[in-house]
Design a protein around this ligand. Structure first.
Ligand code: SAM
Length: 275
């Protein structure tokens, strides 16, 4: 386990994921009964964009640090910009919120959040970032197994699945986990984040998901460059399983990311057809 999200926090892929997550949470918390959110791969919760890791990679400079000056951004990106400004007290962007921070801030009284992180030092930082929030539980555990074990059999559930993809079996474990979650609670919703390096890997994952999961599914792709070098992260995708129809907001987010943060990429949003 070498992956450290501090190198990548606030990059284009985080902006796409977090803008989509915020939009989904605003939909799910606008009405309806208590919501349980489970984050399979939570990370440390908050990131220092002035820290050594962020400075070394420079990825936030091409992402979060462009948020403040972005013109003609869609409402979903403006909402993320506001969340980042709130965290930083309106000043220069020094800290960037991870999924735990964004989720914890969105909870209503009666909602709850379970954040899983396997790496002990990341889990320690996560627990510190979430201190004082009674609706939040953090688990130093494998998020795939914990999500299924903790998923309530009834009621409203959203599971965010955002692995580092440093293991070859991450794709298969996502499919297994989504299928198990839906078997346990047929109304469970999931938001999955994926890198796009080459199309074959993404297509094969989507076909497996269609074969194993009988639920409405929406895919949103944002590519920041042509897919000519499969060793690079050329874009990213969100897959929304069983959620509300977010085709228009996802198209706005991915279109903005491809245009404002990329060169020669593009975006598309489409529905899957489960077997
Ligand atoms: N979701 C976070 C966010 O948006 O701020 C970023 C998560 S980062 C992409 C992936 C995290 O998963 C890393 O912190 C890594 O240590 C952790 N991790 C790796 N394998 C895991 C597993 N099997 N279960 C839980 N966490 C894991």
């Amino acid at each position: 386990m070498n992956y450290r999200h501090a190198f990548h926090a606030g990059n284009f892929a985080d902006l796409v994921k977090h803008a989509g997550l915020l939009r989904l949470l605003s939909e799910l918390t606008a009405t309806g009964g208590p919501l349980t959110v489970i984050d399979t791969h939570a990370g440390r919760g908050l990131y220092d964009l002035g820290g050594a890791e962020a400075k070394r990679s420079g990825e936030a400079e091409a992402g979060a640090l462009k948020l403040r000056t972005a013109r003609d951004a869609p409402a979903e990106i403006v909402a993320l910009r506001q969340a980042v400004a709130d965290l930083n007290g309106g000043d220069a962007v020094r800290r960037y919120p991870g999924s735990p921070w964004l989720i914890a801030e969105a909870l209503r009284p009666g909602d709850r959040y379970i954040a899983c992180e396997l790496r002990p030092e990341e889990h320690h930082a996560l627990r510190t970032a979430m201190r004082g929030r009674e609706a939040v539980r953090t688990l130093n555990a494998d998020g795939y197994a914990a999500a299924v074990a903790e998923c309530p059999a009834h009621g409203r559930v959203l599971v965010l699945i955002d692995p580092p993809f440093e293991r070859a079996d991450d794709y298969a474990r996502i499919v297994e986990t989504v299928a198990a979650l839906r078997a346990r609670n047929p109304t469970a919703q999931a938001l999955v984040w994926l890198p796009i390096k080459d199309l074959e890997t993404l297509d094969s994952f989507l076909r497996d998901l269609e074969d194993e999961v009988a639920a409405p599914m929406l895919v949103a792709e944002a590519r920041v460059r042509p897919l000519s070098d499969p060793m690079k992260m050329n874009g990213c995708a969100l897959v929304l399983v069983g959620g509300p129809d977010l085709a228009a907001p996802c198209a706005a987010i991915c279109g903005w990311a491809a245009e404002a943060l990329g060169a020669g990429g593009g975006s598309k949003v489409y529905a899957l057809s489960p077997q």
